[in-house]
Design a protein around this ligand. Sequence first.
Ligand SMILES: Cc1ncc(COP(=O)(O)O)c(C=O)c1O
Length: 372
Amino acid sequence: MRQRSSTKWRKYPAEILPLFVAETDFPLAPAITARLTEAVALGDTGYTPPDPGVRDAYVAFAQRRFGSEIDPARVRTTCDVMMGVVEILRAVIAPGDRVVVTPPVYPPFYDTVPEAGGVVERVPLRPTGDGWELDLDGIEAAFADGARAILLCNPHNPTGTVHARGSLAALAEIALRHGARVISDEIHAPLTQPDAVFTPFLDASAAAGEIGFAVTSASKAFNLAGLKCALMVTAGAGSAAVVASLPDEVEWRTGLFGAMAAVAAFDEASDPWLDGLLATLDGNRRLLAELLEAHVPGARYRIPDAGYLAWVDLSALGWGDNPAVKILREAKVALHFGPHFGQEGNGHVRVNIGCAPEVLREAVRRIGALVG
Ligand SMILES: Cc1ncc(COP(=O)(O)O)c(C=O)c1O
């Protein structure tokens, strides 16, 4: 792994075990390796053509994996998910408008909203005892008070929550009533485990299709973050018109290698690889529960419904608001800092379980050695 040059493997010195940034350690899906190898051999490294095939590949993928019916004409590509989010947001809000985010949440959301001219309004997820859910009353109050949009994370990073269809439909109703827009970041959706049901926001109800935008990519499931290709998907005519009105540059920034890799990833030929990955991650998400119980008593962790990010509450250990600092310094394991996800993340760490089980075992063993 240390031969890789990505940020996961180069940010910290070699004695640090990296389980922080959302990259995975697995070999690429064979169809992706074949496509990129062919392109490198050809020197096929120019600009992305107008229709590199990503839309049709994604429409078929979403049909197979989520039962979605997407009109290919309502799919546009861009460089990455956060660029899609920021450009859609910029188009639907006016400078100074408030935009709801639901902490604890993916830290770049706090920068993306101001980048689009907005102001972050925090409506934390509500703990249910057995997980988390959207605080629909809080979101409605924010909309009633003038917030113009919500940046949803579904499945949610860092808790791994897959929001229920009913909750998404209720959110759509509320947004419609108050003239607000929903931008749904669905980057982790391909990694939903078979025991959960992912509902694309646009499919939650007719209203959701009208007022919603989805932004997604193959980059988390297939580890393609450096290649730069994401998709902006709409259903309703109004939302589609917003995406169609974005500057051509937004689409020009799609990376050619990203587009090639996305086509290969979304192809049916890659489904067995993706199913294999889900089985590996299922093993790891359960293994982490066992390891924490054995080595880090007091840690609280709910097995995520989707993705390879685990949200662990270490506040009972008395390691302060940001336990990842002590863990980095003393256990030589790099985790994501809980407080960066919002104040609800105090006392928490985010663990990347997209690695070999041996790596996870070693990381938790090192952390466990600090206990007691
Ligand atoms: C919820 C979420 N959105 C977006 C991203 C980043 O996506 P991109 O690199 O396509 O901007 C991540 C990366 O981990 C993420 O977890």
